[in-house]
Design a protein around this ligand. Structure first.
Ligand code: PMP
Ligand code: GLU
Length: 396
């Protein structure tokens, strides 16, 4: 009998769909992939060069588990510069991607049966990572009218004597919504009042369009800082998904626990990628501005096109690189005799009919939605949206 816990975990649907689109492309099929959760840009040259230098300098051995001293210092500087947060190296743990950082965070926080409030729509991996660490994800529906952002009232309804932590993700995957300072203050007050931890996933921090500013909940005062584990990394902002570097900032006690766990699970994150991360965080930031500008233009074009497709709608995303599209108007319609009952059906039939991949909302806890990523070229994106338009018009 294999592990019941592991058998209760479902594989990541976002990674599966992305792999499917990549395979179809490799097979010569003219597929357009809206599944990608990774920037389509190459890692900027100065970051790649830092990695090559690290190899040639022989920086190829184990580093301290939590990361090399110069990287930890660069991360502390990043928190001071970008978030107004004072951390010391003892507060930082570098891991193999933000996903690994999240796993460390929940492993350090949870005892069997502890509940974690996960606002829906949520990124696919949160409930699974909580379950992997013996916790219970408590999914709380948010409403479109509040742009899918959780409020203290909704938190209050989910609160039990087992509640241990709140998962916060701003900018949000999949909705693209961003919490403002006042909203975060209300959540911070709630967490402090009820003695809860906050795991704050800020991986899309640099990808915000328009006027909204990223605020880290940990920067709202000492009491909430003590109760927050910030998760961040370089995958999204610096087009470094394959390098696998994420990090946490937390109290020194929690950092020590996560580092001790990681010392047996993975040791240090890749030494070469650590040097590349220093170049990313401390080097010129215009590469981020350029990628952000390209994402912003695509976001505008995608939102405009979705609004023009009869029966589809979305809330304008303010950050990340996804548009979360309401397909409830499509459910019950049919395509050549096949009835579309769910967003999974919508995605499957769209792929068959038009060779377009999208991620159904089911894995995000929002079954009447699909997620479209705009991490693909403007040209491909517009062609893919034309295909979706034609598909929707063909439904009876
Ligand atoms: N958090 C969110 C919200 C994400 O979308 C992702 C995407 N992979 C991650 C964390 C994990 O990022 P990483 O590639 O650094 O593991
Ligand atoms: N986070 C990205 C996404 O949501 C990448 C895939 C994954 O890690 O799940 O698509």
């Amino acid at each position: 009998m294999f592990s019941k816990k592991v058998q209760a975990i479902s594989p990541s649907p976002t990674l599966a769909i992305d792999a499917k689109a990549k395979q179809m492309k490799a097979d010569g099929i003219d597929v357009i992939g809206f599944g990608a959760g990774e920037p389509d840009f190459d890692t900027p040259v100065h970051i790649r060069e830092a990695a090559i230098k690290a190899i040639n300098d022989g920086f190829t051995r184990y580093t301290p588990v939590a990361g090399s001293a110069d990287l930890l210092e660069a991360i502390c500087q990043k928190f001071r510069r970008d978030n107004g947060l004072q951390y010391e190296v003892k507060n930082i743990v570098v891991s193999n991607g933000a996903k690994h950082s999240l796993a460390n965070a929940f492993a350090a926080l949870l005892n069997p049966g502890d509940e974690v409030i996960v606002p829906a729509p949520y990124w696919v991996s949160y409930p699974e990572i909580v379950k992997m660490n013996d916790g219970v994800p408590v999914i709380v529906e948010t409403v479109k009218e509040n742009n899918f952002k959780i409020t203290p009232k909704e938190l209050q309804q989910a609160l039990t004597d087992k509640t241990k932590a709140i998962l916060l993700n701003s900018p949000n995957n999949p909705t693209g919504q961003v919490y403002n300072r006042a909203e975060l203050e209300a959540i911070a007050d709630f967490a402090v009042e009820h003695d809860l931890y906050v795991v704050s996933d800020e991986i899309y921090e640099k990808l915000i369009y328009g006027g909204e500013k990223h605020v880290s909940i940990a920067s709202l005062g000492e009491a909430i800082k003590e109760r927050t584990i910030i998760v961040n990394g370089v995958s999204k902002a610096y087009a470094m998904t394959g390098w696998r570097i994420g990090f946490t900032a937390s109290t020194a006690t929690l950092a020590k626990m996560m580092s001790s766990l990681q010392s047996h699970m993975a040791s240090n994150a890749n030494s070469i990628a650590q040097k590349a991360t220093i170049a990313a965080l401390s080097g010129p930031q215009d590469c981020v501005a350029e990628m952000r500008a390209a994402f912003a233009a695509r976001r505008d074009a995608m939102v405009e096109k979705i609004a023009a497709i009869s029966g589809l709608s979305c809330i304008e995303p303010l950050g990340a690189f996804y548009v979360f599209v309401d397909v409830s108007g499509m459910l019950g319609r049919s395509c050549r005799g096949r009835t579309i009952k769910t967003s999974d059906d919508f995605a499957a039939v769209l792929l068959e009919e038009k060779q377009v991949t999208v991620v159904p909302g089911t894995g995000f806890g929002a079954p009447e939605f699909i997620r479209l990523s705009y991490a693909l070229s403007m040209e491909k994106m517009l062609e893919g949206l034309e295909r979706i338009d034609a598909f929707v018009r063909s439904l009876e």
